[in-house]
Design a protein around this ligand. Structure first.
Ligand SMILES: [Zn+2]
Length: 238
């Protein structure tokens, strides 16, 4: 049969009394990845609305109950915003060199990182999950296809110094051993990293960052045999 639309799946998930034949929907959804994915999103959204917990945070406390005092350092926030604004055009230009499915250059407020993710278009093996504070179904949906992902992380409790990062899922054989023109393998985080301080001090910071983004992607795409002729082009953004 044809797929269920969003209204039908919402009714099925959220208003049990509104669906006459739940068994038929259930059977279809169990065998149809498209509808199951759509249903997952509807359920996750509903959960987020009714149980507003921060995600990607271990031992998260509901927002409504979290009334503890917080420091706000205006100067740090302003400098962080400036740094993001300065690196954004470099990420945007890098993104413009890819014609396959790509995320926008976007900011994750959970882990607090800037990121851009490229997809090969091929399915990936099921992700093991286990990301703190994140339901496995979300992680598995995010990593349902092969990715090469790069970004910037400002650091946090586990790492004082900010860095740029790049990883591939699944990680192709030989990935972590590859020498790079800039940065290198970070065993603590299981990804390539390039210290922010190094970029900041470089004579040509944009060129250094671009080299890191491009070389780590090249490594992932080459080792995992992506269809590069179809997925890439010369960046056309200014
Ligand atoms: Zn379907």
């Amino acid at each position: 049969m044809s797929h269920y639309n969003e209204d039908e799946l919402s009714a099925y998930a959220l208003r049990p009394e509104a669906t006459d034949d739940r068994r038929t929907v259930e059977q279809h959804v169990s065998g149809c990845r498209d509808c199951r994915d759509a249903l997952d999103v509807i359920e996750a959204f509903d959960t987020a609305l009714h149980d507003p917990l921060p995600w990607e945070v271990a031992d998260a406390m509901p927002f409504a109950e979290d009334t503890g005092p917080r420091d706000y350092e205006r100067d740090s926030a302003a400098r962080f915003r400036q740094a993001l604004a300065a690196m954004l055009p470099v990420f945007e230009r890098f993104r413009a060199g890819f014609t396959g499915k790509s995320s926008p250059v976007h900011f994750w407020w959970g882990s607090f990182d800037l990121a851009v993710t490229r997809f090969s278009g091929r399915d990936a093996p099921q992700h093991p999950g286990g990301v703190p504070g994140l339901p496995d179904r979300i992680t598995r949906d995010a990593y349902s296809q092969e990715v090469s992902s790069a970004g910037f992380w400002a650091g946090g409790v586990t790492q004082a110094a900010p860095f740029f990062y790049s990883y591939a899922y699944p990680e192709p054989d030989g990935f972590r051993g590859r020498p790079l023109p800039a940065g290198g393998w970070n065993g603590d985080f299981q990804e390539f990293t390039l210290p922010y301080a190094e970029v900041r001090a470089a004579r040509e910071p944009e060129a250094l960052l671009t080299s890191f983004l491009q070389s780590t992607y090249d490594t992932a795409a080459e080792l995992a045999d992506w269809d590069r002729a179809r997925l890439e082009r010369e960046p056309v953004a200014p």
